[in-house]
Write a protein that binds this ligand. Structure first.
Ligand SMILES: NC(=O)C1=CN([C@@H]2O[C@H](COP(=O)(O)OP(=O)(O)OC[C@H]3O[C@@H](n4cnc5c(N)ncnc54)[C@H](OP(=O)(O)O)[C@@H]3O)[C@@H](O)[C@H]2O)[C@@H](O)CC1
Ligand SMILES: Nc1ncnc2c1ncn2[C@@H]1O[C@H](COP(=O)(O)OP(=O)(O)O)[C@@H](O)[C@H]1O
Ligand SMILES: [K+]
Length: 503
């Protein structure tokens, strides 16, 4: 699945019109039909009454075509055209003409006319502005958008909530607050970032039959993970294999009071297929850790220098560092020791990233193709503060390229930036995972997959997808409020099984 900019989507429209070929007005009809069909399938056409707000570009043209197609459901439809004094786009004008013979009430919102009251029974369809937005909304259009937003009515936005820039930050400018956005053919970046969540509501992507051949010559802005992509990465566990074949991982996590993080990461690591795991455990916790996870070996550490405790790291396939580690000098010494002695890809999370932020020269020492898993605040500490989500995505990609690492920027749609410049949004997972410990589980899983022998980019794509899928499986059983990080771990196995048996 691809994520395209507004310009790329426009190019895809043009390509389809030229190559299929199909008339632009017929493509608009397909888009409108896809919207109405979706509303029919989801029983939204049973709504008592529709108010459709239209601009005079092609987004407004979609709105007019939807008004006509809704006629077959015998519900009152009122169309409100935002008047600019200029002629609409040709497809808008043609759809306006097609509407004239039908029992649809058409109102024109003039510069000085009062804005309409919206009765409780009305479902609002927003077709004011789509991908043609070329400047922030202001003036009369901003007043209309604020007016619509002040009502509690459900709003369905066509293609994009009006006022939303498809591929740059919209804040602090006005934008429709949609309940649902029916967007055409593919995700645009604006529908994937948390700063816009209030604007787009639930995003739904509708296939309007744009010509797939376009994608052969287009480098998408970003891509999206999905089941088939993750499944294609999975490797079988061969019958004659033994534990030595699946890698020995080393974990540096936990500190007094935060050993739970180490236990979670260790369990997730082994559940993800690693052959062996050794965990570096603070001397004080020597009793607790082996009881909590007998499958992990441990190396106890105290105040001695790390090189006196662990001089040879060559037996390890990878190292996971950071969950619950704390930022005390001893943690810094260990991070420094491991970064200077271990040259294979590793996983760095939480306090390992916070320690790096306080000494960014250490960034240069990270082995190439290591995986960094910051949440947005950790990322900003490392990179410098970003003023919006788009800036952060670009900075993550820059960091990945510059330091030849994989940056996993965690969130509802986790963003995975690769050293070669490609980047994916993850599609699995849900809000049940918004609870302490979920990130520790991800670190463990990524460490386990690297140990198991997956190449770093594959481990990142598969690990992030599986982690989200495990969260979904846990929430199917327990409900979104009640899932614990341990439940995500218990669902790693079922997530592998579900992925293996999927089509
Ligand atoms: N065949 C196709 O291509 C298909 C396209 N499809 C549909 O077309 C949509 C794109 O249509 P589009 O390109 O006509 O742009 P659109 O979003 O209607 O807006 C442009 C108008 O808005 C104006 N305007 C801009 N910014 C403004 C602002 N801040 N405040 C106020 N006004 C502003 C600008 O006028 P300006 O003032 O700049 O002269 C212009 O009049 C796309 O989202 C999808 O819904 C589907 O039917 C599938 C087939
Ligand atoms: N609303 C959500 N939807 C999907 N995934 C989520 C959501 N909230 C959190 N997650 C996932 O849970 C993990 C949380 O990690 P992090 O913020 O480091 O928390 P912690 O380590 O404190 O558990 C990330 O992998 C993130 O993608
Ligand atoms: K719109």
């Amino acid at each position: 699945m691809v994520v395209l900019s507004a310009e790329q989507v426009r190019a895809w429209d043009r390509f389809t019109i030229e190559k299929q070929p199909i008339a632009s007005i017929d493509l608009m009809e397909k888009a409108a039909m896809a919207c109405v069909q979706w509303m029919e399938t989801n029983r939204i056409v049973n709504q008592q009454q529709f108010y459709i707000f239209c601009g005079k570009g092609n987004n407004g043209g979609d709105g007019l075509a939807i008004a006509r197609l809704l006629q077959k459901f015998n519900r009152p439809v009122d169309v409100f055209i935002f008047e600019t004094g200029q002629l609409g786009s040709p497809d808008f004008q043609q759809n306006l003409h097609r509407l004239h013979t039908l029992p649809v009430t058409i109102h024109f919102i003039q510069e000085n006319s009062p804005l309409p009251d919206i009765p409780e029974s009305v479902l609002v369809i927003d077709a004011l502005l789509g991908t043609g937005l070329n400047r922030p909304v202001e003036g009369r259009m901003a007043a209309l958008i604020s007016h619509i937003n002040q009502y509690p009515n459900a709003v369905i936005s066509i293609d994009l909530p009006s006022g939303l820039f498809a591929d740059q930050s919209t804040l602090p400018h006005p934008c429709i607050h949609a309940s649902i956005t029916l967007s055409f053919q593919c995700f645009k970046p604006a529908l994937l970032v948390s700063e816009n969540a209030l604007f787009f509501g639930i995003p739904v992507i509708l296939d309007i039959g744009l010509d797939q051949r376009f994608l052969n010559s287009c480098t998408p802005l970003y891509e999206m993970t999905d089941g088939p992509l993750a499944k294609a990465i999975l490797q079988p566990r061969l019958a004659f294999s033994h534990k030595g074949k699946f890698g020995h991982a080393l974990l540096l996590a936990g500190s007094p009071g935060k050993m739970g993080a180490a236990v979670l990461a260790a369990k997730a690591c082994l559940r993800s297929g690693a052959g062996l795991l050794t965990t570096l455990v603070p001397e004080l916790e020597r009793m607790l850790f082996p009881t909590a996870i007998p499958e992990s070996m441990s190396i106890l550490y105290d105040n001695r220098k790390p090189e006196e405790i662990l001089s040879d790291t060559s037996i390890y396939k990878t190292i996971g560092i950071g969950p619950g580690l704390g930022q005390q000098p001893q943690s810094r010494d260990w991070l420094h020791h491991l970064l200077t002695h271990f040259r294979k890809p590793m996983v760095l999370d939480a306090d390992a990233l916070n320690l790096l932020a306080s000494d960014v020269r250490l960034l240069e020492g990270i082995p190439p193709f290591s995986i960094l898993t910051p949440h947005p605040k950790e990322f900003d500490r490392l990179n410098g503060t970003c003023s919006n989500d788009f800036e952060r995505l670009e900075a993550a990609l820059r960091m990945a390229i510059q330091h030849q690492v994989i940056v996993v920027l965690k969130g509802h749609r986790t963003f995975i930036a690769m050293p070669g410049g490609r980047a994916w949004f993850n599609t699995s997972g849900n809000a049940s995972m918004a609870k302490g410990g979920s990130g520790d589980v991800l670190t463990g899983m990524l460490t386990g997959l690297l140990a198991r022998g997956y190449a770093p980019e594959q481990a990142a794509l598969l690990g992030v997808y599986l982690h989200g899928l495990a969260g979904e499986i846990a929430s199917r059983k327990l409900g979104k409020e009640s899932v614990l990080a341990s439940d995500i771990i218990d669902s790693i196995g079922p997530a592998f099984l579900e992925l293996e048996s999927s089509n």
